[in-house]
Design a protein around this ligand. Structure first.
Ligand SMILES: C[S@@+](CC[C@H](N)C(=O)[O-])C[C@H]1O[C@@H](n2cnc3c(N)ncnc32)[C@H](O)[C@@H]1O
Length: 354
């Protein structure tokens, strides 16, 4: 079992940093959660917005088509999804985007996905709709065409590091062995010199993610250079601050991240301020809003009303899906939408934001 292999590795080479632990739990080729047993959906471990309602992906499809029109309807554009899960969102995106004549002829569909079982599900979901290609990273997609990038609940899977404020200063949090041989959190060496951490009271945890920051830089650089825009939707904070947000999700319940390595999804709240900063440093414009404000601006209420008119028998269920997506106590406020765009382009849904 992965837990035993991790314990043996810690005995051999010392404690693991949190990002190392997350990477192994999620992507270990033999026992990682995404590599071997991702289980998305109502009957699985967790439900995401595209699985709540088709409205979510449809509005993203309209967003993508509007971005394409606003950059002059180029004859080639890369439509890229990061972490596409079951492929449901991209299929809704493509169905809605048909309404913009010419867009789907111009769009080459690229999926960035590490999980082999999920790549198979994506191929199935998109069969007959598109001929997607898979890429390991943005560099592997064509570099001479504009990019429209979409991602829902991708950044929260990227490994984070954690540090704990002690009376003597910051110490990195690590995964070590407890006296009984099980996995336990422990204090490791000081965090890397130069890593700015918030000024917090003793005992609090601060987090950062080199991979989230690298994603901001790569996406920012890409849309600045080739034109286009990216939309990153996820739960996370929109202001810097401390807090331990590492969590494991299994069968819709949160559990201790050390409880069942490889058997649960491991995530952390996205540090959007850091993501936006690296995107801006790469020369792009970057904006953020809540999922509720974004979906409202994109016309989610009108879309829900149209769906309910077409299927009066499903009106109550559609109303509940709408609530789930936009109510403040549900996904509306915890989930944020970050847009990264070529300078001068204000993406749909962000009008009025500088
Ligand atoms: C929480 S799921 C979200 C799936 C989908 N976007 C949705 O909203 O239903 C995370 C997705 O990101 C993928 N993923 C995780 N880490 C990744 C990485 N480093 N590179 C590419 N894909 C990754 C997972 O395999 C999965 O498809």
């Amino acid at each position: 079992m992965l837990r035993e292999r991790l314990a043996a590795r810690i005995r051999r080479s010392g404690p693991l940093r949190i990002d190392e632990y997350m990477r192994l739990c999620l992507h270990d080729p033999d026992e990682g959660y995404y590599a071997t047993r991702p289980d998305l959906g109502a009957a699985g471990d967790f439900v995401t917005a595209p699985l709540v309602s088709q409205m979510f992906g449809e509005l993203l499809g309209l967003w993508a088509a509007q971005v394409w029109l606003s950059i002059g309807a180029p004859t080639r554009v890369s439509l890229i999804e990061l972490g596409p899960g079951l492929g449901v969102m991209m299929s809704d995106v493509l169905r809605a985007a048909r309404r913009a004549p010419g867009f789907l002829d111009a769009a080459e569909i690229w999926l960035m996905e590490t999980s082999a079982p999920l790549r198979a599900r994506q191929a199935e979901a998109l069969a007959g709709l598109a001929a997607p290609r898979w890429a390991a990273d943005l560099q592997a997609t064509p570099q001479d065409v504009p990019a429209i990038v979409l991602a829902n609940e991708f950044l929260d899977c990227l490994p984070i590091r954690q540090a704990v404020r002690t009376a003597e200063g910051w110490r990195e949090q690590v995964v070590a062995l407890a006296a009984d041989g099980g996995l336990a959190f422990a204090l490791g060496p000081p965090p890397p010199a130069g890593r700015a951490l918030p000024d917090t009271p003793v005992g609090l945890v601060a987090e950062w993610s080199d991979e989230v920051e690298a994603a901001g830089a790569a996406i920012g650089e890409r849309v600045r250079r080739t034109g286009g825009a990216a939309l990153m939707i996820d739960y996370g904070r929109d202001a810097p601050g401390p807090g331990d947000t590492l969590q494991a999700l299994r069968r819709h319940r949160k559990e201790c991240p050390l409880a069942r390595p490889g058997e649960a999804d491991l995530t952390a709240h996205v540090d959007f301020p850091a993501f936006l900063t690296t995107a801006r440093s790469a020369g792009a414009s970057a904006r953020i809003t809540t999922q509720a404000r974004f979906l409202e601006a994109m016309g989610v209420r009108t879309r829900a009303a149209a769906l309910a008119r077409a299927r009066p028998d499903r009106a109550a269920a559609i109303g509940r899906q709408l609530e789930r997506l936009i109510a403040p106590g549900e996904m509306g406020v915890l989930f944020k939408v970050a847009a990264v765009s070529a300078p001068g382009l204000v993406p749909p849904g962000f009008e009025g934001q500088s």
